[in-house]
Design a protein around this ligand. Structure first.
Ligand code: SF4
Length: 287
């Protein structure tokens, strides 16, 4: 299957009803009051290791989270036409033969279970399909299974998985109720190395089939590798994190944040991660 690269939605018009175009963006709406209980939020933040600042004027209550919204605009200004540039040399990615993935869960699961489309099949204990409700409004995508996941057959079950569960809990989400969790590749790369581009391409039809079946309102990619493989880019995480992208033929909104394993190694980044979670939360409330 041909890879479908995403493009930032912030720079793209989406045909709106009634002739009004819109762009998706994460913008602060300070006037909207979130429905999360401040005391609960404080408890979650503490569990995540994020400092809570309390306003002097409103003792006992933390600052409200920033929120996401769809901003209607009259028209997206047309960009000035740049002179044509010579075609850049594109990296060659060896692709597995195209396949038609079934459109029902049982058949997709069976296909993944016996898959030999890339070399990762030779070293896996078992495939790690994904977990969560089949019609979740949020889909979380990591890069690939690690040793614990390979042994258990479930994504994000080690220490990073526990932190991911805490992060999801902080925004009222869980893998058992409303969040589907999957990986770019369904088999563990040996030695926990990054999945290669060819492996991600071979596995992409399965992920796209999962996205089609789940129909999430939002996909959140965890970490640089997941983001780069999904968007078929080598851009650094610092540039990919922030804007809202669109993924696949359905142009599902895609947001990128830190991988929980990175947050375990770099706890100082947890505050930024919390900012991202607030945006995810508000997007799911309003998007
Ligand atoms: S990683 Fe994906 S494409 Fe490769 S063998 Fe596993 S299921 Fe198949």
């Amino acid at each position: 299957m041909v890879a479908t690269a995403g493009k930032p939605l912030e720079s793209q018009a989406i045909g709106g009803r009634g002739g009004v175009d819109a762009v998706l963006s994460f913008s602060p709406i300070p006037s909207l009051r979130p429905c999360m209980n401040p005391a609960r939020r404080k408890t979650y933040l503490k569990a995540l290791g994020v400092d809570v600042w309390v306003s002097r004027s409103t003792p006992g209550e933390a600052t409200e989270p920033e929120v996401a919204k769809i901003v209607p605009i009259a028209k997206v200004p047309a960009k000035a036409k740049a002179p044509p540039e010579p075609a850049a040399e594109l990296p060659v990615i060896e692709r597995a033969p195209p396949i038609i993935v079934p459109t029902d869960w049982a058949a997709v699961r069976a296909m993944v279970k016996d898959c030999t489309r890339c070399k990762l099949c030779a070293t896996r204990t078992q495939t790690v399909f994904g977990v969560g409700p089949e019609s979740a409004s949020l889909m979380v995508v990591g890069e690939g299974p690690g040793a614990d996941e390979d042994a258990r057959g479930e994504p994000f079950v080690g220490r990073a998985g526990q932190l991911l569960d805490e992060m999801l809990k902080a925004i009222g989400r869980s893998r058992s109720e409303n969040t589907f969790i999957a990986n770019v590749v369904k088999c563990r790369p040996p030695g926990n190395r990054d999945p290669e581009k060819e492996e991600a391409e071979a596995c992409r039809p399965y992920l796209e089939a999962q996205i089609k079946l789940v129909k999430p309102k939002l996909i959140v990619a965890l970490g640089r590798i997941a983001a780069q493989r999904l968007l078929v880019t080598d851009e650094p995480l610092s540039r990919l994190r922030g804007p809202l992208h669109a993924y696949g033929p359905e142009r599902t909104p895609l947001f990128i944040t830190y991988h929980p394993a990175y947050l375990l190694r770099s706890p100082r980044e947890k505050a930024k991660s919390w900012d991202d979670l607030k945006k995810v939360w508000r997007f799911l409330q309003t998007g």
